[in-house]
Design a protein around this ligand. Structure first.
Ligand code: ZN
Length: 834
């Protein structure tokens, strides 16, 4: 067959619109973020590193084994940000010589002795000093999360803060501390020889192959990675850590935490072996590396990072044994662990394809939850991911895989993470579990120790499913937006109900989707369902249900990423709650009744909600009761039920919810129960019980409260603070200062207001020290929400002109624009009206 060429007759002069088209097409080419072109391949990296704590510098010797990738090369370019570089040497066989180089502070351009080809392997070695705290590359001194290597309290001057060093390479920050080709499509084996103070522990990628005592108070730890990985996954941690050893089959596992927290770590990370077994079985690829360490550090710049064999976590995972009873960190542990396959073993070739790392890591949280805690629990998290994407989509609509973005950091968003994970779930539901997992196996094996782009995933899934999947990948991975669906049901023939689905999204900017979906209904207590496929703007589907039914469900299992508008009345939601056998659907019904304030319907089903198998429904039910305590007054049976749950519900968060409900209803009546439950092992339960005792009308002895004064968990510290403030009890200044020092994360954030309030009531107990401490946090804390919390707390001292002056100074220093605006707004509000 021959196509007839289409002849376009063009006018001599371009119209304005054609000019615009030219400009925009040129821009598209110019702005395209291609994968890094591979001129060279680093085969092996050897680093000898020592650390100057005084000056916060890294003293390095680098030796890189390199070859041209495929074309002949004369000039080698290495990323080396903010170094001072000594003489650079070249070595290949007997040829050893010093090389000429240019260095602009970011890129080292080294003139090779001659043109070298892909057959030539050579070594480059040199000494350098790295200055991670310099920021010449970012253009801003204020950016603190691009240091690559971080010295925490290097001279041990901050109370209760241990000295440590840790690294954070992603995206391209490891070249702040060693020279490399800092792109994710590079891969090398490595040896890191770390000179450390001999009382400290080091952790790095791969295996610890030797430890050499230097006899001068220092030791050299040699860490070797025999399998190649990407530069951003190189990591080290040095500090005074305790280690918990564990194993999965023959694989050694280590959980590293500050000393004294080992028992907590054993509990926080206790599911690691089971997770490794689960993921190995699921993918058909055993954990691909020789060991797996998990390290909890201070002041980490994100939640956690999946460095190969050495994941680093934020300090929120630093828990005592008792705190770890209610640990809910499985999801982040699963996330980093799954990255060891998806991200580390098979790596995105560019940040444009970041979702190939993050979608899998996010989806692993669902997979683990589904396996360990059941489908309902897993779905709850999946819905939260969907919501997080929808929230972002209000203001950001970009292709999931995108080749144009302002900065790498823009890729780390709810598209790459949440939307990506939900899309993988839809793919699994469409292909079926077995085929999907087989596809993962094919994908991992075909691309082992290599970098990938999205088509590699599609090809693997096509291979196992025998289906062309371009339609799925094009609409979800390579385009933007999501379907918006209008669903209507015609019940006029109850034996053959008609369901109409219409896509209402803007088709100029977003795709017309092809969507598999499920419709379900109940008859004689049995669940029936049918699968349909929408590939039009609008279509009508007959259910041919046979037995007459009064209610059908669209996507009852919530597998579809879509904004669905499906109008339901309160009675329909009530029936949904009463009839659905799907936990997440009952949860949705309860939630919807709350949002439409259908109090009467809620009252009818509240008893059933408290008996639901799904803990999230019981928890919701209790929070609904907390706002409608009159039900407990009128209904003894319901009150008895809540009372029983406070003691015996299998989930501690539900028990705490029951205590909160009773405290909202009649704290005096239940005070003996609360007193008993303050001794519960769970801080969630004990904290709620103690808070219940802080209610007005309860006479509490100071000795009773003082029993809890040594507790460091914020769930106890907060009610004790409340007691000292409201009663009030003078002379607790030291206690407040001590807790400010020892709390961190969310607990510290909640505490800040109490802390300020106490000292504004009892200035003689140390208010000037309190102001200094709060200013330190407002000015220097690495987390912006904490700086905001401290700033707001300081407003309690705003009648002091000197404090206001300090607040103005902090405002001027603040680097985050949005926060700076808040600060300025607060200061403005302090000024007397003119
Ligand atoms: Zn991740």
């Amino acid at each position: 067959m021959v196509d007839i060429p289409l002849l376009l007759v063009k006018s001599a002069n371009d119209s304005e619109s054609q000019k615009q088209i030219k400009i925009s097409k040129e821009y598209e080419i110019a702005a395209y973020r291609a994968s890094q072109r591979r001129d060279f391949d680093i085969l092996h990296t050897t680093l000898d590193l020592a650390f100057d704590y005084q000056n916060q510098t890294v003293l390095g010797k680098a030796n890189l084994l390199i070859k041209p990738f495929n074309y002949p090369q004369r000039i080698l370019q290495l990323d080396a940000q903010d170094f001072e570089v000594d003489k650079i040497y070249f070595s290949a066989g007997t040829n050893e010589q010093e090389l000429v180089y240019q260095y602009d502070g970011q890129l080292l351009s080294v003139n090779l002795p001659e043109e070298l080809t892909a057959k030539d392997t050579f070594e480059i070695f040199f000494d350098y000093v790295a200055y991670p705290n310099r920021n010449s590359g970012s253009g801003s001194e204020a950016i603190t999360d691009t240091k690559g290597l971080y010295f925490i309290d290097p001279l041990d001057t901050i109370p209760n803060k241990p000295t440590m060093i840790w690294t954070q390479g992603e995206t391209m920050h490891n070249s702040k501390w060693f020279p490399t080709i800092d792109h994710p499509n590079e891969r090398f084996t490595q040896q890191l020889n770390l000179t450390v103070i001999d009382s400290l522990v080091s952790i790095s990628n791969g295996e610890l192959v030797s430890q050499q005592d230097l006899g001068n108070g220092f030791r050299v730890d040699s860490w070797e990675m025999k399998l190649p990985h990407a530069p951003y996954l190189v990591a080290l941690v040095i500090g005074d850590f305790g280690k918990v050893s564990d194993s999965w089959e023959a694989l050694p596992l280590g959980y590293f935490v500050e000393k004294g927290f080992e028992k907590g770590a054993a509990k926080v990370f206790e599911h690691t072996p089971e997770m490794i077994g689960f993921f190995s079985k699921l993918t058909g690829v055993d954990f691909p590396w020789p060991k797996y360490d998990q390290i909890v550090v201070r002041d980490f710049v994100s939640g956690a990072m999946e460095n190969t064999t050495a994941s680093i976590f934020m300090e929120e995972l630093l828990l005592t044994e008792r705190e770890a009873i209610d640990s809910e960190w499985d999801y982040i542990i699963a996330h980093e662990l799954f990255h060891q396959w998806f991200g580390d073993y098979v790596t995105t070739e560019s940040w444009s394809n970041l979702t190939l790392n993050e979608a899998f890591a996010n989806y692993s949280e669902f997979l683990w939850n589904e396996y360990k805690y059941g489908e309902d629990h897993a779905k709850l998290k999946l819905i939260a991911e969907t919501e997080s994407y929808f929230a972002e989509a209000e203001s950001k609509n970009v292709d999931l895989i995108r080749f144009q973005y302002a900065s790498d950091e823009d890729m780390f968003d709810s598209h790459s993470y949440s939307k990506g994970g939900v899309i993988l779930h839809m793919l699994r539901e469409y292909l079926g579990k077995e085929v999907f997992y087989e596809g993962l196996n094919v994908y991992l094996k075909a691309n082992a120790l290599q970098s990938v782009e999205v088509h590699d995933l599609r090809l693997a899934m096509e291979k196992v499913s025998g289906q062309d999947l371009n339609w799925f990948f094009n609409q979800w991975f390579l385009d933007k937006g999501h379907p918006e669906l209008n669903v209507e049901v015609d019940y006029s023939n109850p034996e053959n109900i008609l369901i109409s689905v219409t896509q209402t999204q803007d088709l100029v900017n977003f795709p017309l989707y092809q969507l598999p979906f499920e419709v379900s209904w109940y008859a004689d207590e049995k669940r029936f369902s049918k699968e349909f496929f929408l590939d039009k703007v609008s279509a009508q589907f007959p259910l041919e249900n046979g037995i007459a039914v009064g209610q059908v469900f669209f996507e009852e299992r919530k597998n579809l990423l879509a904004k669905v508008s499906f109008e339901k009345s309160a009675i329909e939601y009530q029936q949904q709650f009463e009839n659905s056998k799907i936990g997440i659907s009952r949860y949705e019904a309860l939630d919807s009744l709350v949002s439409i304030e259908a109090i009467e319907n809620l009252e009818l089903i509240i008893g059933k909600a408290l008996s639901d198998d799904f803990w999230a429904i019981r928890e919701s039910g209790l929070s609904i009761i907390q706002g409608n305590t009159v039900w407990l007054e009128e209904n003894d049976e319901l009150a008895e039920k809540v009372l029983g749950m406070a003691d015996a519900d299998p989930k501690n968060s539900v028990r705490a919810g029951a205590i909160d409900a009773l405290a909202a209803y009649n704290p005096e009546k239940y005070q003996s129960l609360f007193k008993r439950l303050t001794n519960d092992d769970s801080y969630l339960v004990a904290g709620s019980a103690l808070m219940g005792l802080m209610a007005e009308g309860i006479e509490l002895e100071e000795e009773f409260v003082d029993r809890f004064a040594e507790e460091i968990n914020f769930r106890i510290v907060i009610p004790v603070s409340d007691y000292y403030i409201t009663n009030p009890v003078a002379g607790k200044g030291e206690w407040f200062h001590r807790n400010l020092d020892s709390l961190s994360g969310e607990g510290l954030y909640f505490f800040l207001g109490y802390y300020a309030e106490y000292f504004s009531r009892f200035p003689e107990d140390g208010n000037s020290e309190a102001v200094v401490n709060l200013l330190r946090i407002a000015e220097r804390d690495s987390k912006s929400f904490m700086r905001l919390g401290a700033f707001q707390a300081l407003l309690a001292f705003a009648d002091d002109a000197a404090v206001v002056k300090e607040l103005e100074r902090v405002t001027a220093l603040e680097s985050e624009e949005e926060l700076k605006m808040y600060f300025a707004y607060f200061i403005e509000a302090l000024k007397p009206e003119n």
